[in-house]
Design a protein around this ligand. Sequence first.
Ligand SMILES: Cc1cc2nc3c(=O)[nH]c(=O)nc-3n(C[C@H](O)[C@H](O)[C@H](O)COP(=O)(O)O)c2cc1C
Length: 169
Amino acid sequence: MELQKVDIKTLDENFIKNIGFEYMLVCCGRKNSFNMMTASWGGVGFVWNRPCAFVMIRPERYTYKFMEENSVFTLSFLGNNRHAYAVCGSKSGRDIDKAKEASLTPFETPEGAVSFDEARLVLVCRKIYADDMKEKCFLDNSVCSSWYGGKHGGFHKLYISEILSAYTK
Ligand SMILES: Cc1cc2nc3c(=O)[nH]c(=O)nc-3n(C[C@H](O)[C@H](O)[C@H](O)COP(=O)(O)O)c2cc1C
């Protein structure tokens, strides 16, 4: 692993830019069995007196199964590696070896999660709270109808997680 552990409070990062425009990989599982996908929805903040991150994963994703079966996962920020984001955001780990196709080198973090040597920033997260998004809970129905059903797919599951560690290059 080429990354150094840092105190997350010292990071000078804009996570709206990072997540929404750089993107990130959500990776879950152990080194012998893991999957990752591109995500551009989620957030980083402070909840329950600790640094937390949230991600939203649709049940159709292969990654969803790994998120359900494991307590820790990583958010990996790859900078300008558009090829890796394109592969991991359009292909399923059910069908191909995504790490190989995306030229990513997996490693296991000390917390027992998987990330990639190519990442510039890695957040290791532990799930605290999870729930399926529900139509009846939307206060703005136009958002619900724009993003769920039809070609979009099922309701995301929201995972709120404690950030256990941060690593940078
Ligand atoms: C830019 C981008 C952002 C995405 N963000 C999310 C997301 O936040 N949540 C989600 O469930 N899927 C998201 N996806 C879709 C998954 O990355 C995509 O369906 C992927 O192929 C799933 O792979 P898997 O089946 O191996 O898990 C995104 C795709 C792209 C291209």
